[in-house]
Write a protein that binds this ligand. Structure first.
Ligand SMILES: [Zn+2]
Ligand SMILES: [Zn+2]
Length: 259
């Protein structure tokens, strides 16, 4: 049984699943994915996403506004707390910093929003889902300044270096690897994945983005998680079943899933 710790189920392409979300959910189960964390990107799409996954108790939810989202409702601590009071919400995010396509003056807005998410996470005691891209030093600095270590969380779709992973681990965070780990060019990332302590490791698809080899470039979905799992298991010298047990333990510890 595999757990996809980060996906956007409301954005997955359903055309190969009879345009039926239930059909996708059955395909996920058949591929061995028994639990998924469906992550919010903005507050406009959130209510429909939450309704979509409601009949599927194997789907946990995170609420937050992605650092690159602009123009929508600005998240306040109060609004995030109101949404996070929902018992299906197990985390706050995705939030963080992304300087890859940074417009002039946008960094300060990203910082303020990131601080808001950390404050909300601390107030409700739920962990953070962190998106970070080309913003290593500022991401770690803000996590430290806002006391994010009190709630912890995960550095999702990790693509940075060991120094960044180490800094996140020191704050009590987990590190999650996506299909990027299977890309031929990702040797330095595979080296990081070899070093992350086993009890801090998570895996994800980030569906519908970043499909693993052999589906690279195609729309991604949680049924492809087995390719990420196989790659990580190989790197760690474990069989996939053992890795899956480790991931279940880690996910349960971080997101306190009681059912
Ligand atoms: Zn992300
Ligand atoms: Zn995401």
């Amino acid at each position: 049984m595999l757990i996809d710790s980060h996906c956007h189920l409301d954005r997955v392409d359903l055309t190969t699943h009879d345009n039926d979300f239930g059909c996708l959910m059955r395909a996920c189960a058949a591929s061995g994915v028994s639990r998924m964390l469906c992550v919010g990107i903005d507050l406009e799409a959130y209510p429909a996403m939450r309704r979509l996954v409601d009949p599927y108790p194997e789907v946990d939810v995170a609420v937050g506004v992605h650092p690159n989202e602009a123009g929508g409702e600005a998240p306040s601590v109060e609004r995030l707390l109101e949404l996070a009071a929902d018992p299906r919400v197990v985390a706050i995010g995705e939030t963080g910093l992304d300087y890859y396509r940074l417009e002039d003056g946008e960094a300060s807005g990203q910082h303020a929003r990131f601080r808001t998410h950390i404050a909300a996470a601390r107030a409700c005691g739920k962990p953070l889902i962190i998106h970070t891209r080309q913003a290593r030093a500022d991401t770690i600095r803000l996590l430290r300044e806002e006391g994010a270590g009190a709630v912890g969380g995960v550095l999702h779709c990790f693509t940075e270096d060991w120094e960044m992973a180490r800094a996140g681990l020191d704050l009590g965070f987990y590190v999650s690897f996506s299909g990027i780990i299977t890309f031929k060019s990702a040797e330095s990332l595979r080296e990081v994945a070899r070093q992350v302590p086993l009890d801090r490791l998570l895996i994800e698809t980030d569906s519908p983005y970043l499909a693993p080899v052999p589906y690279r470039g195609k729309p991604n979905e949680p049924t492809y998680l087995q390719h990420v799992a196989a790659c990580i298991a190989d790197l760690r010298g474990l069989d996939v079943e053992r890795l899956a047990e480790v991931i279940v333990d880690n996910y349960s510890r971080l997101f306190v899933v009681d059912d």
